[in-house]
Design a protein around this ligand. Structure first.
Ligand code: FES
Length: 101
């Protein structure tokens, strides 16, 4: 699946991934602003992204644990996701994610 990240410097980075989660893909490719400090276990919120409104359906909804974690991120809104909790599959091909500051 192709996934596009919009970084805080307004740079667009499109990456191709086939497995794993979106945070791993971003970290492996040095996408700025995605740190993945907790290694993807939903406990740090350094992988916070905003999903494009038109892609919300593709990406699906956050789990309860993820929603709780997002409440601790002060700039979270209804488009927020922790991208370590988004599995890469063809179902999310073409999504656009804005990296939270
Ligand atoms: Fe820590 Fe996603 S990498 S919550």
């Amino acid at each position: 699946a192709k996934i596009t990240f919009i970084t805080s410097d307004n740079e667009k980075v499109t990456l191709e991934g086939t497995s794993g989660n979106v945070m791993q893909l971003a970290v492996n490719n040095g996408v700025s602003g995605i740190d993945g400090d907790c290694g993807g276990v939903c406990s740090c919120a350094t992988c916070h992204v905003f999903v494009a409104a038109s892609d919300m359906e593709k990406v699906g909804v956050a789990s309860e644990i993820e929603t709780d974690m997002l409440e601790l991120a002060d700039d979270a809104n209804e488009f927020s996701r922790l991208c370590c909790q988004i599995e890469i599959s063809e179902a999310i091909d073409g999504v656009e994610l804005t990296v939270a500051k």
